[in-house]
Design a binder for this molecule. Structure first.
Ligand SMILES: Cc1cc2nc3c(=O)[nH]c(=O)nc-3n(C[C@H](O)[C@H](O)[C@H](O)COP(=O)(O)O)c2cc1C
Length: 382
């Protein structure tokens, strides 16, 4: 029904209008008693072989929704009911911001791709807190945090820390987004000094907390290999818990759409099928350099169960999808999980050791497995 009726209707609409409609419908379903239960019955797939423990959190399946879909945390419970193993909300910035002028998101159906230059449009920290105060009902919620576009680059760390402190009690993990690449004036810290200047205050704040919240870094697929190695080394050398690889790409290579179709989109970042190979290669590179000892969330062009399997085989502990969900529809996460459950991966041997990291707070010890317990738990003694 999605492919034959709903998708053609949604695809006939401007993509942002279609997105707003979907969010409104899901919110309305969530308000109906039993609404989320119905979504779960209709779409979700559960199987013990899908469950996994990564950075101390127990995931019901490895397929998450990537940042950018539920930017303000309006519908994370409904999305989880539809079969996602976790939902990353955001990017949230301290203050609400409009992003770039519309239209700013375009479909390229021939390429199963999306081009966006949305510019981190979101309703800000207060709105996110308002939404996250609702009972999570067991849903694993990550928050992707970013700086406001108007914040000077030198003050970026202040924006990240403000978000981290204020959201700390409301989410299960954080993704520090340094991968803005949709417009040239966006800020993308790239040196070790710039990145650790953002991360160190977060590590310091976390040390004083009773609860341990994993911190991941989201990177751009357009980084040259040496930069990807640098990000991996930062993960190994600091208490960073993992990497989310990767965001959408500024590259137009590999697109089969006509020159006119591509030009009609204007500038922006491409997501979807053209990204599959690059994102898997990046994950494999990070995994090999870090000896498979750190959690990596693989994202970019996960359009089929085979893509997801290849990503997991490349070293990802979890995957996220965005464009695949737009093209695949509400059953997308369930379909992928069903395929994974039908053909479970053989047990991979555990890494011998986890590089030592910062100590976890004692109250959260139960949620922070040791290296012996899981390959993908938070590093305990870096
Ligand atoms: C319309 C749109 C908005 C996005 N917004 C964000 C965002 O706010 N923050 C972020 O980190 N990534 C954002 N992304 C990137 C996705 O999270 C994901 O990394 C990327 O699309 C690659 O995955 P995919 O090929 O499955 O779409 C956005 C992607 C799209 C298509």
């Amino acid at each position: 029904m999605y492919n034959s009726i709903i998708r053609p209707l949604l695809f006939a609409m401007n993509i942002e209008h279609a997105h707003r409609l979907v969010v409104a419908v899901l919110r309305a379903i969530g308000r109906i008693p039993g609404g989320r239960w119905l979504l779960h019955r209709a779409y979700a797939e559960e199987h013990p072989s899908l469950e996994r423990e990564v950075f101390g959190l127990r995931f019901k399946n490895p397929v998450g929704l990537a940042a950018g879909f539920d930017r303000n945390g309006d519908i994370y419970r409904e999305l989880s009911a539809m079969g996602f193993g976790f939902v990353e909300i955001g990017t949230v910035t301290p203050r609400a911001q409009n992003g770039n002028p519309k239209p700013r998101i375009f479909r390229l159906p021939g390429d199963r791709a999306i081009v966006n230059r949305i510019g981190l449009s979101n309703r800000g920290l207060d709105r996110a807190i308002y939404n996250l105060r609702r009972p999570h009902e067991g849903v694993i919620v990550g928050c992707n945090i970013g700086k406001n576009t108007i914040t000077p680059h030198d003050n970026a760390a202040t924006d990240y820390l403000k978000l981290f402190r204020n959201l700390y009690q409301y989410v299960d993990y954080f993704t520090v987004n340094i991968s803005y690449n949709t417009t040239s004036q966006e800020y993308s810290p790239s040196s070790r000094e710039e990145i650790t200047a953002i991360l160190n205050p977060l590590f310091d704040f976390r040390r004083g907390q009773n609860q341990y919240r994993p911190i991941l870094l989201k990177i751009s697929p357009d980084l040259p290999d040496e930069q990807i190695d640098l990000m991996t080394d930062i993960m190994v050398d600091t208490p960073l818990d993992g990497i989310v690889a990767a965001n959408a790409t500024a590259s137009r290579s590999g697109l089969g759409s006509t020159h006119e179709q591509i030009a009609a989109c204007g500038p922006g970042a491409v997501s979807g099928a053209p990204l599959t190979r690059r994102s898997i290669d990046i994950v494999r590179r990070i995994s090999e350099r870090s000896h498979g000892a750190y959690p990596i969330i693989g994202v970019g062009g996960m359009m089929t169960p085979d893509d997801v399997r290849a990503m997991l085989d490349a070293g990802a502990s979890l995957v996220q999808v965005y464009t695949g969900f737009i093209y695949g529809g509400p059953q997308f996460a369930g379909d992928i999980c069903r395929a994974l459950a039908e053909q479970p991966r053989p047990e991979t041997p555990k890494a011998e050791t986890i590089p030592a990291g910062e100590e976890h707070s004692s109250d959260d010890a139960a949620a922070a497995p040791t290296a012996a317990e899981t390959q993908t738990g938070p590093a305990s003694e870096k």
